[in-house]
Design a protein around this ligand. Structure first.
Ligand SMILES: [Zn+2]
Length: 183
């Protein structure tokens, strides 16, 4: 790693620590020539994952696309850069633990919704209304109603033990054998 100040290639790592729920490592470094201090962040990147779109076309997974969709849902809502990053990381972690090389865009959508629902309900409704396009008024009302229910229900929605919707149950049952496939 080049020193940003003097461009010498030799820097010393002062310390490193896990950040973003363990999805990234921050290293504090010091240049051995000019003592300039800086830090670097190493994060995981999803590789070799193909997304199968609704129309059957395939394309490589892209974090940028995920972020664009998320940002749209969070427009004008309060979320810090850090919170946003953590959210993206959590979503990607769930995508990764499926352990597959191909994933349907609908499955990514479900994972996204699961996390949005916990993170911000307005963003969730926004995303869901576009993504699910709430085919009928009843579906929309049902979703709204489940959100507006007292906290009692929400408290039971612990992380990882999610999924009143059948779609997600498929997801989590797949998680069982995939834990083995985790690399
Ligand atoms: Zn230097």
């Amino acid at each position: 790693m080049k020193c940003p100040a003097c461009h010498k290639l030799d820097t010393r790592v002062m310390d490193s620590r896990l950040i973003e729920d363990g999805m990234a490592i921050r290293r504090r470094r010091e240049c051995t020539r000019c003592d300039f201090r800086f830090s670097t962040v190493e994060e995981t990147e999803i590789l070799n994952l193909t997304v199968i779109k609704r129309d059957g076309r395939r394309e490589p997974y892209s974090r940028d696309k995920l972020e664009v969709g998320l940002r749209r849902s969070f427009q004008k809502l309060p979320i810090t850069q850090d919170e946003f990053k953590r959210l993206v990381n959590r979503i990607e972690r769930d995508i990764q633990i499926t352990g597959r090389q191909e994933i349907k865009s609908a499955d990514i959508g479900d994972i996204l919704m699961k996390h949005l629902k916990r993170a911000n309900q307005v963003a969730y409704i926004r995303f869901a209304s576009v993504y699910r396009s709430f085919k009928d008024v009843e579906t929309f009302q049902r979703e709204l109603h489940s959100l507006l229910k007292p906290a009692r229900q929400r408290r039971t929605a612990k992380p990882m033990a999610d999924g009143p919707r059948p779609r997600l149950r498929t997801q989590s049952s797949a998680g069982g054998h995939n834990r083995r496939a985790k690399r």
